[in-house]
Design a protein around this ligand. Structure first.
Ligand code: ADP
Ligand code: MG
Ligand code: MG
Length: 250
């Protein structure tokens, strides 16, 4: 799936969090969105997930303009999202959370849920877990899981809904180095399966390790595209908008 954001502008009062942002995510690529804290990365992704209504601009999926008025619309369009702060119900199990999904959680459990088909839920969790290398116990309760596995539940939730573009908002911030390696393996598996990933981070080493393409944003604007062949120094300078001398750790 090819995703295109055209001139997205999002204001909060007088603050322009996203200023005419253009972004194209090609099928099967890991696209890093790089920017300092407050640059506007999460805002842009919340627009893409239908959580914020943009003031201007449009979103196209495979060339077709989409009006995304909530996660339900975004999910239907093939977009999945793993937030920095998970959207999970702690007292429910992995399988239960996977069936409920962001569309139910963000709707405040608005409609009749009916009885959950737990057998189907477990099967879906197992299938997706095996296919993409994301082992999980469907019957574990979220509150009993370490944060790395909670994140896995979020990824499985999106993949069960057949996400073609997966947004990962600062996923490595909560992970150990070992878990980061595991996540990168999963990201590569997803790419091989033809899925696209928008990987948000401000850690240059991670970007250079995994990106196919890099878009740098600063103060709500796209300030350039970079390649994984650039040096950390060049990337850092682009990110903060002035020449940066990186200190080499010994
Ligand atoms: P990033 O994810 O790159 O760290 P954000 O998109 O979270 O940046 O924030 C961009 C700017 O928009 C920041 O100045 C932030 O304070 C502001 N902002 C984000 N969300 C809101 C909101 N819901 N209301 C008001 N201001 C917001
Ligand atoms: Mg931030
Ligand atoms: Mg953010």
């Amino acid at each position: 799936m090819r995703l295109e954001l055209r001139a997205i502008t999002k204001r909060f009062g007088s603050l322009v969090a996203n200023d005419r942002i253009d972004l194209v995510v090609e099928p099967g690529e890991i696209h890093c969105l790089l920017g300092e804290n407050g640059a506007g990365k999460s805002t842009l992704m919340n627009v893409l997930y239908g959580l914020y209504h943009p003031d201007e601009g449009e979103i196209l999926v495979d060339g077709e303009v989409k009006r995304l008025q909530g996660p339900r619309d975004a999910i239907a369009a093939g977009i999945g999202m793993v937030h920095q702060h998970f959207m999970l119900v702690p007292v429910f199990t992995v399988a239960e959370n996977v069936v409920l999904g962001d569309e139910t959680v963000t709707a405040g459990f608005g409609g009749p849920l009916g009885w959950l088909d737990r057998r189907k839920a477990r099967r879906e969790v197992r299938e997706v877990s095996e296919r993409y290398g994301l082992p999980l116990d469907p019957d574990a309760r979220i509150e009993d899981l370490p944060v790395g596995l909670q994140q896995r539940v979020e990824i499985v939730k999106a993949l069960v809904r057949d996400a073609q573009v997966l947004i990962l908002d600062e996923p490595t911030a909560v992970l150990t180095p070992q878990e980061i390696e595991e996540l990168f393996t999963v990201m590569n598996t997803l790419r091989e399966a033809g899925k696209s990933i928008v990987f948000i981070t401000h850690k240059l080493k991670e970007v250079l390790a995994i990106a196919d393409r890099i878009t740098v944003i600063r103060r709500g604007r796209v300030v350039g595209t970079a390649t994984a062949q650039m040096s950390e120094q060049e990337l850092a300078s682009m990110m903060v908008g002035r020449a940066v001398q990186l200190v080499v750790e010994k």
